[in-house]
Ligand binder design. Structure first.
Ligand SMILES: [Zn+2]
Length: 185
């Protein structure tokens, strides 16, 4: 085609450029939307993975929520529960407080607990408290997140929130949250 040789050709080429610009901008917008979607997906999946990991080990903490985010399943009464199928095979569940105190001595405060404390109800997965997943509309476990959000001279701040955790949709939906200057667990 070469460079336009007349006034009309010049303005026509300018119009073509405008159309090409518009098309390129549309591609950029699509790529950006795709990027945002993937970034959101990464954040969602990372968060989901962290919750799964925490569910597997929060019960090993001496003071859940004090240092790290703690996540627990709940029984039908809303008490923290440990799911029998999800703890390592052979893990002993202690129900007697006297037996527990013999195990959880001051020398082991810095080591993760290897036995399940009587403070938790050990229940099968079929008995955990469930709520409805807003994405797939099926009944899924309700999980409680508990953490000391702030620790300072003016006072502490503890966060307790409940969420429905759906492994099918990889979705976590917050159902209720509570903040207090006092421990709630
Ligand atoms: Zn779901």
């Amino acid at each position: 085609m070469g460079f336009p040789t007349g006034a009309q050709g010049l303005s026509e080429l300018a119009m073509v450029c405008t159309a090409e610009t518009k098309a390129a901008k549309q591609v950029i917008a699509q790529v950006r939307a795709c990027l945002t979607e993937q970034e959101n997906k990464v954040a969602r999946l990372e968060n989901f993975g962290q919750v799964l990991t925490a569910l597997g080990k929060s019960w090993k903490e001496h003071d859940p929520g004090k240092r790290d985010n703690a996540y627990f399943f709940l029984d039908q009464e809303g008490k923290w529960a440990v799911v029998k199928e999800l703890i390592p095979d052979g893990t002993k569940v202690i129900e007697d407080w006297r037996e527990w105190r013999e195990y959880d001595t001051s020398e082991r405060w810095w080591r993760p607990l290897e036995l399940v404390s009587p403070r938790y109800r050990a229940i099968p997965l079929s008995e955990v408290l469930r709520g409805s997943c807003p994405v797939g509309h099926s009944g899924q476990p309700v999980v409680e997140h508990y953490v000391q959000a702030f620790d300072g001279p003016e006072g502490d701040s503890w966060l307790k929130e409940r969420m429905v955790v759906c492994a099918d949709c990889r979705n976590i939906s917050l159902s209720e949250a509570q903040i207090s200057s006092e421990r709630m667990r």
